[in-house]
Design a protein around this ligand. Sequence first.
Ligand code: PLP
Length: 391
Amino acid sequence: YRSKPTPGRHFLQIPGPTNVPDRVLRAIDNPTMDHRGPDFGKMAKALLEKLRLVFQTKGPVVIYPASGTGAWEAALTNTLSPGDRVLMCETGWFATLWKEMAERLGLVPEFIGTDWRRGADVAAIEARLREDKGHLIKAVCVVHNETSTGCTSRIDEVRRAMDAARHPALLMVDTISSLASIDYRHDEWGVDVTVAGSQKGLMLPPGLSFNAISEKALKASETARLPRSFWDWKAMLAANATGYFPYTPATNLLYGLNEAVDMLLEEGLANVFARHDRHAEATRRAVRAWGLEIQCAEPRHYSSSLTAVRLPEGHSADALRAVILERFNMSLGNGLGQLRDRVFRIGHLGDLGDLQLVGTLGGVEMGLRLAGVPHRPGGVQAAMEYLAGNA
Ligand code: PLP
């Protein structure tokens, strides 16, 4: 689908969809099977079981044949009723889209702001919950890793804030660009609904999304009155109990998911997280050596799955990305919302090794030069020194 011949492999370094490993591609390439037959049931039942390990939960995880946006809608419609208040955090573009969805569904979101340069404001969440003596707020919704800014919110701290305020709201967390890249603990952090997608840390093409569901969320779903049909957990969980789905699942993507989960478990989740932390640190060292600014201004909130880089005033991030695509066959993430053309985003999540990262940073450094963006050379060198020194 490239418009001109481009020797060598395309570098897909956007923060998702990410590179799909050959092992996963080969698994997807198996013949489609009868999704009501015995072999499918066996495969899916085992998959639904081991998938829980990735979410660090003992509870159910449901899989939708949909992009992440569908799983957002599923989280809200299964647990809430028209007119319910929800506390959401404006960490960036994706948090804003989720909030707009809540409004369209007939919920009443309150939006706690940030400057898009840090994660959710935990103190503000706690203060607002303490004020809500009548417990009108039914859910707190946080995007764990804000893909538009490269800021990661501290979900453990959000949980503690909710507990300190003794507030019974549900906690819903979007992990679309953090699951299987950044440490995330559904059970330990008392999350009620975790939303995830296939196309980032899970190393699959787009097309699957997930809800991990707590007992409290399941209980809430019994009385939640927002209309839902396709997204309804009840029919899904009933069918999943024997390894089946209430409608036709994305059979071949499930083969891929099965393989991807095996790969993650073979590497070990702790090693997967450490690999992402290390690549993120190497990337930040490169950015600093170039003399450019990282969009995330709070080191405690640095993202391990992507780094958003600010362009000096008067320079276009989109022009830089265009040069890099044209000359080096590499895609980088664009700025979204208020960051349009102001930042570019380097995805360093999913199936990524040291040399791919060095190649990625090399493409950026050459692109900065070709696009005439003021910078100092030596970013790639700084990254290599860090990677070699921490091999
Ligand atoms: N939430 C986050 C944090 C995302 O990064 C994305 C997509 O990039 C979404 C939600 C929306 O997911 P999708 O585009 O798969 O519907």
